[in-house]
Write a protein that binds this ligand. Structure first.
Ligand code: 3PG
Ligand code: MG
Length: 389
């Protein structure tokens, strides 16, 4: 896919509406991981040094069309050292902007017209601007006013992050070095059916882990105790396994699990095979045999696509064992030049960060839902509208 990009654009003195995804976690007013913000900086800096007057439009959380200050972008403005315009439809500040100035507009989801992609709201948002740049790959699977609506009104372009996401993810989807191993985990089968099928079609081997893996184990008649899994997804799980077999994809399910008697960070860990799991056992992490097998698979692969942690990676060190072993093995192989690694999803990227190996990965996507939909082969409306036809 060829996109209209910002390189070579004459933006000096122009008013640019720039869409970024700053949907980051904020705890006690502090940004826990500024990855999405940092990845947005190359486009901001390029536009700024080219003399554009930039207003960034962004969202945080799901305030449902209401001005709820729990979701203010103030901490992000503070982090970036720019002014926050307290209403995203305000235009008064434009007259005072100089070339290279940057401001951040308050949460666009404070208006119901945003998620509805209401044409009148998009008109209001676009008013006063000369062009639109979308760099918010992570929200481009949503057809909202600030991703699609304004792109229909203003001359519109892809920012560097968005273009880079499409380039890297397309490359691995179109022509991966083989064997290609995909590792998919997380909690819900229902949200991952599409991506599991797409990866089963593409990959040589598919590892299914986490609570997702537990549902598959359950579907195969395994014992799962008192763990998180989806009983109603049994048929779907079996259908996915059948689909993978028809597409010559080897599927590897969990062999054993790290379990406890309660779902708690400080619970006592024991390692059990599926046959040993008791009714009051709760699965919290991948087991030792499973993890050793996963690491061996990673060492054999030439490409790895990973989304979803295989346990409670944030409960370190007891329950991060499986996810960290995967992260470290992928990082090691990539550092050694033996592996192309593509990783996406908020929790997964947080695990890389916690392991200190994020910089070793070939490509870390800023997308969660958008990453999954792209891998699934779905058209992202916010990207499609930027296509250079
Ligand atoms: C994300 O964090 O995945 C994006 O910002 C999209 O957010 P949403 O799922 O609330 O639309
Ligand atoms: Mg999301």
């Amino acid at each position: 896919m060829k996109l209209r990009v910002i390189d070579g654009l004459d933006v000096r003195g122009k008013y640019v509406l720039l869409r970024d995804d700053f949907n980051v976690q904020i705890v006690d007013g502090k940004i826990t991981d500024p990855f999405r913000i940092e990845q947005s900086m190359p486009t901001i800096n390029a536009l700024r040094s080219a003399g554009a007057r930039i207003a960034i439009v962004a969202h945080r959380g799901r305030p449902k069309g209401e001005r709820n200050m729990e979701y203010t972008l103030q901490p992000i403005a503070d982090y970036m050292g720019v002014d926050l315009i307290s209403d995203c439809l305000d235009k008064d500040f434009l007259a005072n902007m100089r070339d290279g100035d940057v401001v951040l507009l308050e949460n666009v989801r404070f208006y119901a017209g945003e998620e509805k992609n209401d044409p009148a709201f998009a008109e209001n948002l676009a008013r006063g601007f000369d062009l639109f740049v979308n760099d918010a790959f992570a929200v481009s699977h949503r057809a909202h006013a600030s991703t699609v609506g304004v792109a229909e009104i203003l001359p519109s372009y892809a920012g560097r992050l968005l273009a880079s996401e499409i380039e890297h993810l397309s490359a691995v989807m179109e022509n991966p070095a083989r064997p290609l191993l995909s590792i998919v985990a997380g909690s819900k089968v229902s949200t991952k059916i599409g991506v599991l099928k797409a990866l089963a079609k593409l990959s040589d081997t598919l590892i299914i882990g986490g609570a997702l893996g537990t549902t598959f184990n359950y579907a195969m008649g395994g014992r799962v105790g008192n763990s998180l899994y989806e009983a109603d997804q049994k048929e779907t799980a079996l259908e996915i396994l059948d689909f993978a077999e028809k597409n010559n994809c080897r599927v590897l399910l969990p062999l054993d699990k790290g379990v406890a008697k309660e779902f708690a960070r400080d619970a006592v860990r024991s390692n059990k095979d599926f046959t040993e799991i008791e009714d009051d056992d709760v699965i919290i992490d991948a087991g030792i045999k499973t993890t050793e097998r996963d690491v061996a698979e990673i060492r054999r692969a030439k490409t790895v696509i990973w989304n979803g942690t295989v346990g409670m990676a944030e409960w370190q060190p007891t329950w991060s064992y499986g996810s960290f072993a995967i992260a470290n093995a992928i990082a090691q192989q990539t550092r050694d030049g033996k592996l192309e690694s593509i990783i996406g999803g908020g929790d997964t990227v947080a695990a890389l960060e916690a392991c200190g190996v994020k910089d070793d990965i070939t490509y870390v996507s800023t997308g969660g839902g958008a990453f999954l939909e792209f891998v699934e082969g779905r058209t992202l409306p916010g990207v499609a509208i930027l296509e250079d036809k």
